[in-house]
Design a protein around this ligand. Structure first.
Ligand SMILES: [Zn+2]
Length: 137
């Protein structure tokens, strides 16, 4: 998976000056890039896993990406438990919308990044995840 800085524009086509990006990237971590660390509400991780578990995902690919942060030879694919189910990560993106209408796209591995590598995404993204969890009940 390629690395992109948090909140960089997500574009599938070349943008023109003045274009408003339709989404911002969050959690596109790389093996050689530093990333912010800190506490993340457990509900934010659960929210990502719930979305993946019910296949509320976008840009699904055929194979699971490896975690770029785990040592080579680590477990593959990355699997996390949610309510007794195994959620397999690495083959899709999640999309959430912030209160101000900003759309965020993150690799589903972001659940693992937060849980295992203490990655802390931007607060606006966390807020959007928690709001989504509230809506889903
Ligand atoms: Zn990892």
């Amino acid at each position: 998976m390629p690395y992109f800085p948090d909140l960089s524009p997500y574009a599938n086509r070349p943008s023109r000056p003045g274009d408003r990006p339709f989404a911002r990237r969050v959690g596109w971590l790389g093996a050689r890039q530093e990333f912010p660390v800190g506490r993340v509400p457990a509900q934010a991780v659960r929210s990502v896993l719930a979305m993946v578990g019910r296949r509320q995902v976008v840009n699904v690919v055929r194979s699971q990406a490896r975690c770029p942060l785990c040592p080579p030879g680590g477990s593959h694919p990355v699997v996390m438990p949610l309510d007794g189910q195994d959620v397999v990560l690495g083959d899709a993106e999640i999309e959430v919308t912030g209160r101000d209408g900003t759309v965020y796209r993150a690799p589903d591995l972001i659940a693992h990044y937060m849980d295992a590598h203490s990655y802390r995404p931007p607060q606006a993204f966390l807020d959007a995840l928690l709001a989504d969890a509230d809506r889903a009940g």
